[in-house]
Design a protein around this ligand. Structure first.
Ligand code: SF4
Length: 144
């Protein structure tokens, strides 16, 4: 919290829900914190209590952050510059500052995944792992 106070950002929203339309699919999510940045524009923050991922899981987290950025842009007509995963217990951050092409690629990847799920080719299997799953944003098994 002290780090947030000294960073120069102004928090403008917390727990803000959004809906992102991807083809025939609707992705519902919630941004833990939305900041106005001192240099202009907005930043998104998602709090995590787990351990920062490595390898492929780290890349998955980047895709989710890009979807957050796309969702915020669609829902609130703002151009968020950066999304940050804050691992509050570990004191680590993962920042993602993608360009438009990278965000479009993440949306396209999500579209393909959602098409597969809708076709029943990847049935969701809820378990204890859902609490910290990076795919909660996309998962049809999650209560909306
Ligand atoms: S949220 Fe969905 S994808 Fe993630 S572990 Fe749970 S059932 Fe599987």
């Amino acid at each position: 919290m002290a780090r947030t106070r000294t960073s120069g950002v102004t928090t403008v929203a917390v727990e803000r829900p959004f809906t992102l339309h991807i083809g025939p699919h609707r992705v519902h999510g919630r941004i833990d914190r939305v900041d106005r940045l001192p240099q202009g524009g907005f930043g998104l923050v998602d709090y995590k209590t787990g351990t920062p991922p490595t390898g492929g899981a780290d890349e998955d987290g980047r895709i989710v952050m890009r979807l957050y950025l796309a969702g915020a842009r669609e829902a609130w007509q703002v151009e968020p510059r950066v999304a940050t995963l804050e691992y509050i217990l570990e004191g680590e951050n993962r920042r993602e500052n993608p360009d438009g092409t990278e965000i479009a690629a993440a949306v396209e990847q999500a579209h393909a995944t959602l098409d597969e799920i809708s076709a029943g080719r990847f049935p969701a299997q809820p378990s204890w792992a859902c609490r910290t799953c990076d795919y909660r944003l996309l998962c049809p098994a999650m209560d909306r």
